[in-house]
Design a protein around this ligand. Structure first.
Ligand code: NAP
Length: 288
């Protein structure tokens, strides 16, 4: 039976370490890191994600300002708000909770965030930096997945990794990070034929699809490491579940992450890490 990779435990450990660091930073720089989060509308999922971020900030000692706006806000008003936050020297990180209402172009909003305050790592300059192996901000979910693999001393180099999903926020960047760690990476998607024949070859399997219990025991290799990124509702129980048929797959693989308690907490943890990185860069810039 598999060992469960607990993103929740790893995130708690890392947040405790960050909290200690923030105490030191306060003494050196005279102020705490500051994250601004913009939340538009009343989407319950978004509200809950933002609450999770507020809680993590509180635990670490990061100042959090959540700016809540009605869904009728215009794109122009949002751009103005971002410009103000960009210019505010006391704000280290800016995050816009997605999705935004349809009348606002998310791309335009993300691009307006100063790239050195883009804690989500979604600005095209940060995305390009990842692909060009330059210094930049790495988006939180892919970063968290790599940290989970490292936490179990998973040797990535030389391994066959398979990522199911090719979105810009999960599938593609996690595949790039695995490649950078010298895995041989296959990226699968909805048009992949005979998906199971590909996934069964994988020593490391990352599922980022958005379909409950999609990855079955027949699709995984004996002794593989499986990371489940999916966040779905189980249609039978209405409880949160991942993309992997956890109960059956766990009998076959060596390591597996669980939903909830897996990638989700590590995503928030890496958001906090990115906020600290932006803060430190900001502080060091000022001291130059
Ligand atoms: P997405 O943009 O909808 O991408 C889903 C991917 O799955 C697409 O590349 C799609 O292929 C592929 N796919 C769909 N059906 C497939 C099939 N039958 N066989 C193989 N591939 C298939 O979703 P996302 O934003 O990457 O998110 C994926 C999941 O991760 C969601 O459940 C999301 O909620 C979750 N998530 C979790 C976190 C976290 O922090 N825990 C963060 C982000 C996302 P095509 O490209 O061909 O359409």
């Amino acid at each position: 039976m598999a060992v469960i990779i607990s993103g929740k435990e790893l995130a708690t450990k890392k947040k405790n370490e960050m909290a200690l660091k923030v105490q030191d930073y306060l003494k050196v720089y005279g102020r705490a890191p500051h994250l601004a989060v913009i939340l538009v509308g009343e989407d319950p999922g978004s509200i809950s994600y933002v609450k999770g971020k507020e809680k993590a900030c509180q635990e670490i000692g990061i100042i959090n300002t959540t700016i809540r706006k009605d869904a009728t806000i215009t794109e122009e008003q949002m751009l103005e708000m971002i410009n103000t936050l960009n210019a505010d020297d006391r704000i280290d990180g800016i995050l816009v909770q997605l999705p935004l209402p349809k009348h606002i172009h998310s791309d335009k909003i993300i691009q307006a965030i100063r790239k050195d305050k883009d804690v989500d790592g979604f600005h095209s300059d940060n995305v390009a930096a990842l692909y060009l192996k330059q210094k930049g901000i790495v988006s939180c979910t892919p970063k968290g997945i790599i940290e989970m693999l490292k936490s179990i001393d998973c040797k990535i180099e030389g391994k066959r990794a398979c990522v199911i999903g090719r979105s810009n926020i999960v599938g593609m960047p996690v595949a790039k990070l695995l490649l950078d760690q010298n895995a041989t990476v296959t990226i699968c998607h909805s048009k992949t034929s005979d998906l199971a024949s590909v996934t069964r070859e994988a020593d490391i399997l990352v599922a980022a699809i958005g379909k409950p219990k999609f990855v079955t025991a027949e699709m995984v290799k004996d002794g593989a490491v499986v990371i489940d990124v999916g966040v779905n509702r189980n249609p039978e129980t209405n409880k949160l579940c991942g993309d992997v048929d956890f109960e059956n797959v766990k009998e076959k693989v060596a390591y597996i992450s669980k939903v909830p308690g897996g990638v989700g907490p590590m995503t928030i943890c890496c958001l906090m890490e990115n906020t600290l990185e932006c803060y430190l860069a900001h502080m060091e810039d000022k001291n130059d």
